[in-house]
Design a binder for this molecule. Structure first.
Ligand SMILES: Nc1nc2c(c(=O)[nH]1)N[C@H]1C(S)=C(S)[C@@H](COP(=O)(O)OP(=O)(O)OC[C@H]3O[C@@H](n4cnc5c(=O)[nH]c(N)nc54)[C@H](O)[C@@H]3O)O[C@H]1N2
Ligand SMILES: Nc1nc2c(c(=O)[nH]1)N[C@H]1C(S)=C(S)[C@@H](COP(=O)(O)OP(=O)(O)OC[C@H]3O[C@@H](n4cnc5c(=O)[nH]c(N)nc54)[C@H](O)[C@@H]3O)O[C@H]1N2
Ligand code: SF4
Ligand code: SF4
Ligand code: SF4
Ligand code: FES
Ligand SMILES: [Mo]
Length: 662
């Protein structure tokens, strides 16, 4: 600990802390612009200058480490004057005529800083050059005229997101934020995560979707969870008049620390499907709106004869539904109706094999955090460039620090340039590959424990012929992995869809062999698909859906999409019930439609891919005639004279989870 004095106040701060952070911890405010608590210090704007006794010039507190006995003053007349001068320079450099700016009036940190420093005017002639406005991006606009070159966006894109799209071209006053080699943003390598917009302090990066819809102070903020995938990022839903204006990443989020991907930030506000606002029953071939009581009675009449018969009704639910609804769904159809075909739309593809493996071996997977400090990530059959993007950010950001990313995938990805090894293996050759890699490691004596493997050479031969990868590449891959200090193996649907427990066993062995998994580290993780895929699997809703003469099919789709191929599979069902939010190919065929709440209109529990239990909050009041997913299931039970006593937390304990739950 280091002792320092700020504005006469004695402060203890850990070594390596900056003066700015020490002051903030002690409740002392220092104005800042380029600083952001999730970004590495840059020291560009100089607004955070402070006076340090015995030092000749004012220092930027955001880059100044504390040292013992330091005496700091943050509000001397000299400092205040300098800050005004710094702000004057910033205001004069480009077009900062606030009244004409989208973020003016509270949402601009530059303007706010000026008010705080009690500026009423600035004496420097403003610059009149017109800089480029880039409007090519689908989700935001970059207006270089409002840019103060704080580089928060550049640092966010590289240090947090690991996408390295943004940089600064030219030098000094000519400096300009550019994408890639100065191409339009819309044509750049940008993956549309929007993190740069979230950190921009001025009106230089403006969100298209929420622009000119009022200031942040007019919006209500609700903390919730993204259910776009199984990462489970924490979000702030900003809303007004019962409408989502914008979604932001929650900086306090335990999983994502403020980051979101395109699917979390933009997809929900760009929803274009047509909502269903009343129950409907097919009459003379056409769906007609009816009241809830009529819908429930017709449904109960239809389902009564099917109760107790194993092949009476088949039921399938979306893994986007909250735990409470999934558990009630299971209880209603599997226990009360005693149906044998009760599962989820994912049919356990991303989860079943890992849960099956866990049933025998106990929890074997680690937590996402292990990715942050990985020096090698072997990603096999998982595409974090497309799915679970925020999980990908956690390690791609370490590319400048020399992380090795090994991608094993039969398909070409547009982000292969970020990987250090890309093995384009033949589909389904993973078992031979995993055995071959282990054989090479053992043969070269690179394993954590010395082992003897009698058939090493033949395993290596088999790997070469099965994968189509050369011995040199395989050896390089094996060596890279085995020589790492903190390797992590990440796998996804490319592996789990093969439904082969041996694959999981070999992944686990490889992980132990290279030290990815030992007593302290759990560097083996599977990505799981949708928001509640893990819960669905723990509830046993993870089997293949194959109709066997069932008289009715109940689809609890919620706000999920239903593919055409799935509809083809159920088209023969004599009676189809849809519990859903939107008009779709499902409702086109349904005989009865029950309109339900979507993700933002209901409260519910989710367990993400690394076992973290999270609660999503209700943000929006649903349309009048729309009911909660859980309520609908309970109502059906009531009309059938059944009672649901679901305790989902207890229900999921019947199976062992592949990852410890917390
Ligand atoms: N943007 C976006 N994100 C999503 C989804 C989405 O639709 N869009 N869907 C969500 C859902 S429901 C799921 S289940 C997850 C899926 O997320 P992931 O588990 O990451 O699955 P995919 O994105 O399909 O990537 C699987 C990769 O495995 C590769 N692969 C195919 N066959 C083989 C093989 O035999 N061996 C190996 N080694 N690789 C193979 C494929 O080429 C593909 O690149 O993503 C979730 N996240
Ligand atoms: N054999 C086999 N079966 C599987 C799987 C497998 O890998 N192999 N995977 C399982 C898994 S993990 C899942 S999640 C399920 C579901 O997987 P699929 O049945 O493949 O369904 P999805 O691809 O999720 O999406 C359904 C349809 O909705 C539309 N759609 C999806 N997202 C959007 C969107 O954002 N905008 C628009 N306009 N349309 C969209 C697409 O047209 C898509 O055809 O299948 C499961 N079943
Ligand atoms: S949206 Fe994301 S990927 Fe695109 S430039 Fe901004 S931070 Fe980089
Ligand atoms: S665009 Fe915004 S975040 Fe990026 S340098 Fe300019 S002012 Fe800073
Ligand atoms: S990574 Fe998944 S949970 Fe996170 S923002 Fe994207 S879709 Fe949502
Ligand atoms: S906040 Fe310290 S220099 Fe910008
Ligand atoms: Mo999925």
């Amino acid at each position: 600990m280091v002792q320092i004095t700020i504005n006469g106040k004695q402060i203890e701060a850990p070594e390596g802390t900056t003066v700015l952070r020490a002051a903030q911890m002690a409740g002392i405010h220092i104005p800042t612009l380029c600083d952001h608590k999730e970004l590495s210090p840059y020291g560009g704007c100089r607004l955070c200058i402070v006076d340090v006794e015995k030092w000749r010039v004012p220092m930027a507190s955001c880059t100044l480490p504390v040292s013992n006995g330091m005496v700091v003053h943050t509000e001397t007349e000299e400092i205040k004057k300098s800050r005004k001068f710094i702000l004057s320079m910033l205001f004069s450099e480009r077009n900062h005529f606030c009244p004409f700016c989208q973020v003016s009036g509270g949402d601009c940190e530059l303007q706010n800083a000026a008010y705080e420093q009690e500026m009423t005017d600035w004496s420097i002639q403003p610059g009149w050059d017109n800089f480029k406005v880039d409007t090519t991006h689908p989700y935001f606009i970059l207006d270089n005229n409002r840019c103060i070159l704080c580089r928060r966006c550049v640092r966010a894109c590289s240090d947090l997101v690991g996408n390295f799209t943004l940089s600064v071209a030219e030098r000094g006053a000519a400096s300009m934020i550019v994408a890639d080699t100065d191409v339009p943003l819309g044509e750049s390598t940008c993956i549309q995560c929007g993190t740069c917009v979230q950190v921009c302090p001025t009106g230089a990066l403006i969100d298209r979707g929420s622009a000119y819809q009022g200031h942040d102070k007019d919006l209500t903020e609700i903390k919730s969870v993204c259910i776009g995938c199984s990462v489970g990022c924490a979000i702030n839903i900003l809303m007004r008049d019962n409408r989502i204006v914008r979604i932001e990443g929650d900086w306090e989020g335990a999983v994502n620390h403020g980051l979101l991907c395109k699917h979390g930030r933009y997809d929900p506000v760009n929803e274009s499907r047509k909502r269903i606002t009343s129950p409907q029953i097919r009459k003379n071939g056409k769906l007609e709106p009816v009241g809830w009581e009529e819908a429930f009675s017709v449904l109960a009449e239809k389902l009564k004869p099917l109760a107790g018969s194993q092949n009476g009704v088949a039921a399938i639910a979306s893994t986007r539904l909250p735990a409470e609804a999934l558990s009630a769904f299971k209880e209603l159809f599997a226990q009360e109706f005693q149906s044998v075909l009760v599962t989820s739309l994912e049919e356990g593809v991303p989860t079943k094999v890992v849960t099956d493996y866990a049933e025998e071996h106990g929890a074997f997977e680690g937590k996402l955090d292990v990715l942050r400090n990985a020096d090698t990530v072997l990603s096999i059959g998982a595409n974090t460039n497309r799915s679970h993007m925020v999980a990908g950010f956690l390690f791609k950001r370490n590319l400048p620090k020399g992380i090795h990313i090994i991608q094993i995938d039969p398909e070409i990805s547009d982000q292969d340039y970020l990987t250090s090894v890309t093995l384009k293996t033949k589909r389904g050759s993973d078992l031979a590959l995993l055995k071959g890699l282990q054989a090479i490691i053992i043969k070269e004596g690179l394993g954590r424990t010395p082992l003897n493997l009698p058939h090493a050479d033949s395993l290596i031969e088999q790997a070469i012929s099965a994968t189509g990868i050369s011995i040199d590449e395989l050896t390089y891959t094996a060596q890279t992995l085995a020589r790492s200090i903190s390797p992590v193996i990440l796998f996804g649907k490319g592996i789990t869809a093969q439904h082969d427990k041996n694959l999981i066993e070999e992944l686990y062995r490889l992980a132990v062999l290279v030290g990815a998994v030992d007593e302290e580290r759990f560097g083996l993780i599977s990505v799981k698909g949708e928001a509640n895929s893990l819960i669905a699997s723990l509830l046993g809703l993870d089997t293949t859906f194959e109709l066997n003469g069932q008289q009715a099919v109940y689809v609890a789709a919620g706000d999920d999409y239903i593919s055409k191929s799935f509809m083809d599979r159920i088209s023969k069902a004599p009676y189809l019930i849809a519990q859903t939010c939107y008009e779709s190919n499902l409702t086109e065929q349904a005989d009865l439609v029950l309109p339900v709440t979507l993700w933002s209109e209901q409260e519910g529990s989710y367990i993400n891919l690394d076992g973290r239990m999270q609660k999503a909050q209700k943000a929006i009041t649903p349309p009048e005639n729309v009911r909660d997913n859980l309520t609908v299931l309970q109502e059906i039970a009531r009309h059938m004279h059944m009672t649901l006593k679901t305790d989902w937390q207890k229900a999921i304990l019947e199976r062992k989870s592949s990852v410890s739950l917390n």
